[in-house]
Design a protein around this ligand. Structure first.
Ligand code: SF4
Length: 714
């Protein structure tokens, strides 16, 4: 075990707060770490939320897995040795592939995996298994913003500018983000914005702790953000506030987008959204008067069957007012998961190859196949998106390898997904803890985590970071890279799956070279010395062990390295003609609107003391004490109609199932809407209710709204 202080990053969200870890030995060769402030990392400047502060609890053998588990003939998961467990997985995948073909093997990854793991998982699926059926839970996170960003700007990097730009802008419209609970240290950027004289507009159907900070809070009906953005753009045009020179010089498609927006009269938008015309006018005034302004979206407007178009409408508002590519201005998406950004760049997504290359692009296939030393024609094509993949389990997909994800809690229509997982011929799960999904597996592998291994992540700003190992994993625990190395060997691929993360990163550099997310100028040494570097960062790469794309050995540390790219689009957008593209979009209803049988809207989200499916945070005593279970938030008027009593159980019923949780009555929510957090399994599982209707472009499920009825439970 190392004894000195290790500067590293939090295991949880996309802010990737810096923290220092000091090992605390237990006297028996193991131990935990102490978390202390790391002031040199500029994103959080030492501040941490409760989740980051208590993360060492996850290292305890009391809450985590320390031995592989194998299901016995009597149905019980029993401890097993690594060789037996890996043999069982290789045999399960191999048998499935032989019987049904490679696409009968599925792979499901996670937005918390490091870049090295996400890269290796994509390579493992395509090179070892030969399957097209790989996707990951990040599809449920920010895929609509990614699709909207690529459509408009030709590139998806969540934030095209650093967080430090926020306090320097004139106005922020924050759409569907509750930063105060999801990433509390980031709230200071909004506080500083207001201290500097800027204004904050929060769009959220709930008056959240973030909305309470706002100069103007707009509370639209869930599922109507698209109409809201169009109504604002209508007013911008009607009031002559468009930036015609910018539109002429830096964009295309304005005439069609303008015509679409002009069909959305403010009074019409007021009827759809419930936001009054005077408040719409006030938002336009606050947004248009300053020289600089930005729109930031999060899951609120994105997790819809029209999420990509909704993001497009907010981008249109930014483009019409001349914001993107200008100082302290533009559009950005606040990514959620720890490596949500990097996880979507390096190949675990159904349609992608490393470097944010497209799997259906012949040149991209050639480039990556050369790095992988395989025939480009051997690479499968794009596969199913996350929900579609889960929905195909036990029919088209008969065996699944799952890493770092817990879809039993986090997938939409979760009872159905759980049933699909139970019906598989074979399920293998690699995780830190025995999650609800791991409980269903035939084989469970205990893997190293966060403080126990080194790897890179890419935070919500596109800043690539080095997360460093501080302690040795306990006996019985191995790394995900070790798992893929061993499985590849057992399935007949002896080379190309190293267990050393830096070796993987060196290959990732080559694979990403020349791609949209170019990491080729990055090395572990640079990331450590510079405290993170923004991509794209092109640079010299060695030709490596494959035939490679370089011309021979290259100095990885040239005298004048590329500095990285904190701010994108200053000169041109990443489209073929360098112009940002308006997209003509119009309001449409959600996939499921209230009716006589299901008269109320359900929206879902997070609470400050739990993280995503809760697989980790529900095992931390302090966090559990603060947020022990689900609840149903509802307005007093709705509560009165139902006869609901604060603290007493309510049943929320949708077309997909029923969930039960105590009532929490508050005026901070619209009377036509109830809210449930989604961190818990069992009867309080919010995702039992949610609608898997998919966005046609991003394939994002409609987590954020569905029709329900609410009943008292006797
Ligand atoms: Fe960790 Fe996110 Fe909390 Fe920072 S805000 S400490 S990254 S969970």
């Amino acid at each position: 075990m190392q004894t000195s202080v290790t500067p590293t990053h939090c295991p949880y969200c996309a802010l990737q707060c810096g923290m220092n870890l000091t090992p605390v030995p237990d006297g028996a060769g193991g131990g935990t770490v102490e978390v202390t402030e790391r002031a040199d990392f500029p994103v959080n400047r030492g501040a941490l939320c409760g989740k980051g502060r208590t993360a060492p609890a996850l290292l305890s053998s009391r809450v985590r897995l320390t031995s592989p588990l194998v299901r016995s003939p009597d149905g019980v998961l029993r401890p097993a040795g690594w060789d037996e467990a890996l043999d069982r997985i290789a045999e399960g995948l191999s048998r499935t592939r032989t019987a049904y073909g490679p696409d009968a093997c599925g792979v499901f990854g996670g937005g918390g995996l490091t870049n090295e793991k996400a890269y290796t998982l994509g390579k493992f699926a395509r090179v070892v298994l030969g399957t097209s059926q790989i996707d990951y839970n990040g599809r449920f996170c920010m895929s609509s913003a990614a699709a909207g960003g690529i459509r408009a700007f030709g590139l998806d990097r969540g934030l095209p500018f650093p967080l430090e730009d926020i306090p320097r802008t004139g106005c922020v419209i924050l759409v569907g983000s509750n930063l105060a609970e999801t990433m509390p240290p980031a709230l200071r950027y909004l506080t500083e914005l207001r201290e500097n004289g800027g204004t904050l507009i929060v769009v959220d159907p709930r008056r959240t702790r973030t909305a309470e900070q706002a100069d103007l809070h707009l509370a639209p009906r869930p599922g109507t953000d698209l109409a809201l953005a169009l109504g604002l753009l209508h007013l911008v045009v009607a009031q002559g506030r468009t930036d015609e020179a910018y539109i002429r010089e830096r964009t295309s498609g304005w005439a069609e987008a303008r015509a679409a927006a002009m069909a959305h009269w403010p009074e019409y938008v007021e009827r759809i959204t419930g936001v009054s015309v005077p408040r719409l006018r006030e938002a336009v005034r606050l947004f248009c008067e300053p020289e600089s302004a930005m729109v930031l979206t999060a899951r609120g407007p994105e997790q819809h069957s029209k999420g990509t178009d909704t993001v497009g409408a907010w981008i249109n508002l930014c483009l019409a007012t001349g914001r993107p590519g200008r100082p302290f201005s533009g559009y950005g998406c606040l990514t959620g998961q720890g490596n949500g950004q990097g996880g979507r760049e390096h190949g675990q997504k159904a349609d992608q190859l490393p470097g944010y290359r497209k799997l259906d692009d012949p040149a991209a296939r050639r480039h990556v196949a050369e790095v992988w030393d395989v025939d480009p024609d051997s690479l499968p094509g794009p596969g199913r998106s996350a929900y579609e993949l889960l929905d195909a389990l036990s029919t088209d997909i008969r065996a699944l390898l799952l890493m770092g994800s817990n879809p039993v809690v986090s997938a939409p229509r979760a009872a159905h997904v759980e049933e699909r997982l139970r019906s598989l011929d074979f399920l293998a799960v690699a995780d830190v803890v025995l999650s609800e999904t791991a409980e269903l597996a035939d084989v469970v592998l205990p893997v190293a985590q966060w403080a126990e291994e080194t790897g890179t992540t890419t935070n919500l700003e596109g800043r690539v970071l080095l997360r460093r190992q501080a302690i040795t994993p306990p006996d019985g625990v191995r790394s995900d890279l070790h798992v893929m190395h061993e499985l590849a060997a057992r399935l007949g691929v002896e080379k190309g799956f190293p267990t050393d993360p830096e070796e993987v990163f060196e290959e990732l550099r080559r694979a990403s070279e020349g791609g949209p997310a170019d990491y080729s100028g990055l090395t572990y040494r640079r990331l450590a010395e510079e405290n993170g570097v923004f991509w794209p960062c092109p640079g010299p790469v060695d030709s490596g062990s494959g035939s490679g794309s370089g011309s021979g050995p290259a100095d990885p540390h040239p005298a004048d390295p590329h500095p990285g790219t904190p701010r994108l689009f200053l000169d041109r957008f990443a489209t073929p003609d360098g112009r940002a593209r308006f997209v003509a979009v119009g309001h449409r209803p959600s996939a499921e609107e209230p009716d006589a049988e299901y008269p109320v809207l359900l929206t879902t989200g997070r609470v400050v003391s739990q993280y995503q499916s809760g697989a980790q945070t529900r095992r931390v005593d302090e966090l559990n004490a603060a947020a022990p279970g689900a609840f149903v938030e509802l307005h007093p008027r709705l509560a009165e109609r139902l006869g609901a009593v604060d603290g007493e159980p309510l049943a929320v019923v949708s077309r997909r199932g029923r969930a039960v949780a105590p009532a929490r009555i508050t005026t901070a929510i619209r009377p036509d809407t109830v809210f449930m957090p989604f961190h818990w399994p069992g009867e309080g599982r919010a995702n039992t209710l949610t609608n898997p209707a998919l966005d046609p472009i991003s394939r994002m499920p409609e987590f954020k709204t569905c029709a329900v009825r609410v009943e008292r439970v006797s």
